[in-house]
Ligand binder design. Structure first.
Ligand code: CAA
Length: 284
């Protein structure tokens, strides 16, 4: 089991910043990377705001916030991650892009560094084949919002060795998160169950069974979900929801996973949910 001190996070989107946030609070040194320093700095500002909210709610102290922020460094280039013991790739859910980033980052890392992906659906075994170290490659899948959600899925690829599996489990435990071990099947456990429910909610809207408000109210009050499925879809990002449904549909070759045409249309329109200010709800 490798000792992890320095963590590199690739991608300063909503998942990447959440991962950097919890790693820094747990005492790891974090380098946060994205395609530009502007994007990283905007991510750092969001982390600052989220930690300030935690301070105002007494979830963490002001000293913990300052300490954690001091442990996060902006990294404008993948080369900046070269001293990482663990890299977590958290780019968008696009296999081609992930393969390129994983292959590129391996070139700058030491031979013993562990490489993980936060992919929410793509085969870990397939992504591992883009790296020079399939035995030290693993899926570590966080849930959104990362600072709040207790679960992390850990997924081994076919070549992942026992030491890497133990390192990943030890790392997740150090973040005070609970682990669910999933086999390397499309979308693993949480999204295999959650995304078909969200897709079905979109079909329910598409077929006119209920409007947005009725569907979300029904599931919040009728099934005790903290968010309705359409609100949750906006929160996850409709592009991510569509990507996951496509992985399920292609990977399991079953028509029950067919993405709802309305979901496809919203993504084509650029209505990607909360981050785009427009999805099933209007945030403008
Ligand atoms: N950082 C830090 N703290 C945060 C936060 C963030 N980004 N977002 C929310 N919080 C904290 C708030 O400060 C608040 O803390 P307290 O309980 O101490 O007051 C708490 O979370 C609740 O937040 P709010 O009061 O603002 O709002 P809420 O009560 O409506 O809860 C929610 C918000 C936690 C997001 C809740 O609605 C929820 O659990 N929704 C479902 C989320 C979910 O299902 N996530 C999984 C998505 S699937 C996934 O992630 C997998 C994938 O690959 C797609």
């Amino acid at each position: 089991m490798a000792k992890i001190k320095n963590v590199g996070v690739i991608g300063a989107g909503q998942m990447g910043i959440g991962i950097a946030h919890v790693c820094a609070l747990a005492g790891f040194n974090v380098k946060l990377n994205d395609v530009s320093l502007e994007r990283v700095n905007s991510g750092l500002a969001t982390i600052n705001g989220n930690m300030a909210r935690q301070v105002s709610k007494n979830a963490i102290s002001e000293d913990e916030r300052k300490g954690a922020l001091g442990r996060i460094t902006a990294a404008g280039m993948l080369e900046d991650l070269s001293d990482s013991d663990l890299v977590i790739e958290s780019a968008i859910e696009n296999e081609e892009l992930k393969r390129k980033l994983l292959s590129d980052v391996c070139r700058v890392l030491g031979p013993d560094a562990v490489v993980a992906t936060n992919s929410s659906s793509i085969s870990i075994t397939r992504l591992a084949s883009a790296t020079d170290r399939p035995e030290r490659f693993i899926g570590i899948h966080f849930m959104n919002p990362v600072p709040v959600m207790e679960l992390v899925e850990v997924i081994r690829g076919i070549a992942t060795d026992d030491a890497t599996f133990d390192t990943a489990k030890g790392f997740v435990s150090a973040l005070q998160k609970k682990i669910a071990v999933a086999e390397d099947f499309p979308a693993f456990i949480v999204n295999r169950i959650l995304l078909p429910m969200i897709n079905e909610a979109i079909y329910t809207l598409y077929e006119g069974v209920g409007n947005v408000e009725a569907i979300d109210t029904a599931m919040k009050l009728g099934a005790h979900h903290p968010m309705g499925p359409l609100e949750l879809a906006d929160f996850i990002g409709l592009d991510t929801c569509l990507s996951i449904m496509q992985v399920l549909h292609e990977g399991l070759a079953d028509s029950k996973y067919r993405p709802c045409p309305l979901l496809v249309k919203y993504v084509e329109a650029g209505w990607l949910g909360k981050k785009a200010q427009r999805g099933f709800y209007d945030y403008r």
